[in-house]
Design a binder for this molecule. Sequence first.
Ligand code: SAH
Length: 257
Amino acid sequence: MNNENQSIYEFDFNLVCEYFSSMERQGPGSPEVTMKALGFIDNLTEASRIADIGCGTGGQTMVLAQHVPGQITGIDLFPSFIDFLNANTCRLNLHGRVCGIVGSMENLPFEAEELDLIWSEGAIYNIGFNRGLKEWNHFLKKGGYVAITEASWFTNERPDEINDFWLNVYPEIDTISNNMAKMEKNGYIPVASFILPESCWIDHFYDLQVAVQEEFLIKYKGNPTAEGLVAYQRYEAQLYFKYKAYYGYVFYIGKKM
Ligand code: SAH
């Protein structure tokens, strides 16, 4: 198979999990950016209920827990990511307030209007931005917030190579203005959007993968799936460096009407 046309979803589930589980993050982001997004949210108290959906190993969950009051539930499909998160909550003495659970963003274990805040960094694409905003709205209290990062186009036109790549892996990728309109359409006041700095991709995501890739290639020498996974990640990073003027991650903050 040509790796350049292979989507991350087609690789072996366990290998993908192993590759990413040794990293603090599984997507672009940083503690500074999580804090910046938090700056737009003003409704939290010790009684607040917060969900971090697609939390991965919980890099941003820990930042949230250290800076906001309330109970935080991290949810992810991969059990080993949740084990990692729960081990960290004990280590940081946050286990009374933070709990990681295995579950799907398609079938969230919350009551209607239970949540004050839904956080989701680099994960909503798994069900699509529009669908996620629409379905998750049900679980938020009136006046509650969503804070979500999503890969977005910066321009209306772009070179074919990067356009075709994204249309293959995530055809729902859209411009910032269209995504703000989707928030509005799904019952949120669009409070803010801001572009994540390049360092969120480079220093906090791609650079961290270099050592992981080398170890992975030694451990799985001759395994075409593992080698394909590394080649795919390297290709994705190369595309980012070539076309970062045209796309990036954007934080979207909305308030339920
Ligand atoms: N928020 C983390 C992880 C982002 S990667 C960070 O920014 O570092 C996307 C995460 O979504 C992965 O951990 C993946 O396991 C999770 N995921 C994928 N599909 C999911 C689903 N249906 N429900 C819950 N989590 C899912």
